[in-house]
Design a protein around this ligand. Structure first.
Ligand code: HEC
Length: 203
């Protein structure tokens, strides 16, 4: 490569105004500013990051992933109950609910959160009575489970849940409690109350 090649700045670039006034070993430099479109993209990404940060991470006034998820969950919940209409606290309704796995999954998560601390996750009982055996204190038939959940029992030892859950939710919980009967818990509490007939016969 000859020396003169290096002295020619650019290919067909004859823009000598932008040729800078220095030379190193015959290498000349053009004053070539970053183009406008490059600045525009840079500024756009900075602005986008600010908006993204506000709206997705730290926003109480706009949407966030968490809110979107929560709203979707509530909507799903409403759709579920809407599909069923008002649930009656009777044996046929509860029997129907017991056969729907997705309903029992919702009920179980309500039970784990609100009831398991006294009745144990598997229904075996802790301070609360064993819900898996055939002995019951205040229950003779399935609808009585709904009544106990609604009004409480044992002078408040079993709290009333009327204000905590809608009627539909209490029917669903009652169906789940009914489904605990006949299970084999890990550490069952001794039976209390009277032996009652099987659910089907007790309508
Ligand atoms: C603070 C403890 C506690 C919590 C929480 C609790 N229970 Fe109870 N539950 C009891 C006790 C104690 C009894 C027995 C009351 C009695 O002596 O009649 C009982 C009784 C019951 C009975 C009647 C059983 C029978 O033999 O007649 C049902 C059904 C029941 N609970 C369901 C639930 C459900 C469903 C939840 C959650 C929504 C729940 N309980 C939450 C303590 C609790």
């Amino acid at each position: 490569m000859s020396h003169s090649d290096h002295n020619t700045p650019g290919h067909n670039n004859t823009d000598t105004d932008s040729l800078l006034n220095h030379e190193y070993d015959g290498i000349r430099e053009l004053d070539n500013p970053t183009p406008g479109w490059w600045h525009a993209i840079f500024i756009a990404t900075v602005l986008f990051s600010a908006v993204y940060y506000l709206f997705w991470e730290h926003s109480e006034f706009a949407w966030s992933e968490h809110d979107i998820h929560k709203k979707a969950q509530v909507a799903e919940y409403k759709r579920f109950f809407g599909e069923l209409g008002d649930l009656s606290p009777d044996t046929p309704t509860m029997t129907m609910l017991m056969q729907r796995a997705e309903m029992m999954a919702i009920a179980e998560s309500m039970y784990i959160t609100n009831c398991a601390q006294c009745h144990a996750k598997d229904g075996g009982g802790i301070n609360g009575v064993n819900l898996t055996d055939d002995h019951y204190k205040s229950v003779k038939a399935m609808p009585d489970i709904f009544t106990v959940i609604t009004q409480g029992a044992g002078n408040g030892a079993m709290p009333a849940w009327r204000t905590n859950f809608s009627e539909n939710e209490r029917v669903l919980l009652a169906a789940f409690v009914a489904s605990l009967r006949g299970r084999t818990p890990a550490a069952p509490r001794a039976p209390e109350g009277e032996v009652i007939p099987p659910w089907d016969a007790a309508r």
